[in-house]
Design a protein around this ligand. Sequence first.
Ligand code: PGA
Length: 248
Amino acid sequence: MRRKLAAGNWKMNGTTASLVEIEKLLETHPDPACEMLICPPATLIAQVAWRCRAKHLKIGGQDCHWNTSGAHTGDISAPMLADAGATYVILGHSERRTDHGETDAMVLAKTEAVWAAGLVAVVCVGETERQRDLGATLPVIGGQLDTSLPAGGTADTLVVAYEPVWAIGTGRTPTLAEIAEVHDYIRATLVARFGDEGTGVRILYGGSVKPSNAVEIFAVSNVDGALVGGASLKATDFGAIIDALSAA
Ligand code: PGA
């Protein structure tokens, strides 16, 4: 059985004033049926981790460098994230790929670094609107999986997030049939690549998930949870998504 995962990606949002949302979430969801994860900006990881010690909320980073240390001004390594209290790291988000020119090869190297630090990698894949219009969605996703996932992925170390680039922050989502098609394809690819372990890897949907569409999205085949941006910033919205996932 795959444990469902509700993951919040705060992106470049949040200061110490936002910690009240974490407190609220811990208060309203002391023992959820699904796993809860928040990936705040790096500046807040240690403080959030401190508040969450021994609680049911996991903390993650939004990116890391592929080296463990060295002359990389502005970067953060996987062991540093682990030291701050993170147990997950989002990798290859489309905003990293677009804003920082991240390639599949870099995502692969970062995934290896995350595993070496004992953390779980949440590797993001997704097609642009143009690629979807051209009918290239599945080949694009297949290519990203092939070249950004290292050998040896397991149910405990890898989560894949399907995030259509055109659905992120736009309020638009694919149809449920389109989500099912991609998630079933990702599952088949993971099983072909990692055998039994591929059956246990969780596949999250991301892109404009909100309380009003969460129930129907969580009912889709091979959707094991969500990677949520905007709607994860408020405890009430993220809490409603967590409730929908717990009931799915
Ligand atoms: P969104 O972002 O929920 O605001 O669309 C999702 C993501 O980018 O992870």
